[in-house]
Design a protein around this ligand. Structure first.
Ligand SMILES: C[S@@+](CC[C@H](N)C(=O)[O-])C[C@H]1O[C@@H](n2cnc3c(N)ncnc32)[C@H](O)[C@@H]1O
Length: 228
């Protein structure tokens, strides 16, 4: 099962199939295998329509030189899109070195820094300079333990500048309970407000249905916060 590739002809057995892997799975290996065993455009989280994320980024009013960190970036096309828009100070971070290598090879640019690190046991990320915008799509919801969530939010809070922004897009309460063979912790806007605390002001939020390459629907909640 580990790192099983998506079969996009079967809507019920995609990368986000409701089958949970063995709890002792090595997560680094799990994600590396996911990227090794599937072509990019068949991954259960691959997106070509970045409208919801771009809509929120445009609300920040950040300049093109803003320092933007995409955590759990994988090999997302969002980084290509941000470069197309002229953003020039980007960091893509992920647990999977395979995913980041794919992204680096595809982009071939010096405008992106690549950092392999674990968000729930951070070492390199702990030492980076704070950022103007923290972007997370479909990463936080994999952290099911309170301790993991606390580590994630502690890192986030320490790495976003005052007046900086946080964009979180996670499975909402109508979403699937399993993704990529792993259990997920689903969120509402209110739950994210509580996790971020009073130092962060909600600027915008909306529900969004992502259509997987298999054609299956995955409901997300999109949120944008500003740090006071
Ligand atoms: C569902 S994919 C989403 C990828 C990307 N954000 C996107 O929208 O295409 C989840 C990503 O989170 C990464 N990830 C999972 N656990 C992580 C962790 N503990 N630290 C950093 N990245 C992690 C995985 O390697 C994978 O690339």
């Amino acid at each position: 099962m580990k790192g099983e590739s998506c079969n996009i002809s079967d809507k019920n057995k995609s990368c986000c199939s409701p089958q949970v892997e063995n709890e002792n799975v090595n997560l680094k290996e799990h994600w590396d295998n996911a990227y090794l065993n599937s072509s990019e455009n068949k991954l259960g989280w691959y997106e070509t329509d970045l409208t919801p994320t771009i809509k929120l980024i445009s609300k920040t009013g950040l300049t093109k030189s803003a320092r933007i960190l995409n955590v759990g970036a994988g090999s997302t096309t969002l980084v290509d899109e941000l470069l197309n828009f002229g953003y020039s100070n980007l960091i893509a971070s992920d647990l999977s070195k395979v995913a980041l290598k794919n992204l680096e090879d595809r982009l071939s640019t010096k405008k992106v820094e690549f950092i392999v690190d674990d968000l729930i046991n951070p070492t390199v990320l702990k030492n980076i300079e704070p950022v103007d915008l923290w972007i997370d799509r479909a990463v936080l919801h994999f952290f099911t333990e309170t301790k993991e969530q606390d580590t994630y939010f502690d890192l986030l809070k320490s790495k976003v500048k005052s007046n900086g922004f946080v964009l979180l897009a996670e499975y909402n309460l109508n979403g699937a309970t399993v993704c990529a063979g792993l259990p997920v912790h689903r969120y509402s806007k209110e739950m994210l407000i509580e996790k971020l605390g009073t130092d962060f002001e909600l600027i915008d939020s909306f529900d969004y249905i992502y259509i997987m390459p298999s054609g299956a629907e995955r409901p997300y909640v999109y949120t944008l916060f500003r740090k006071r």
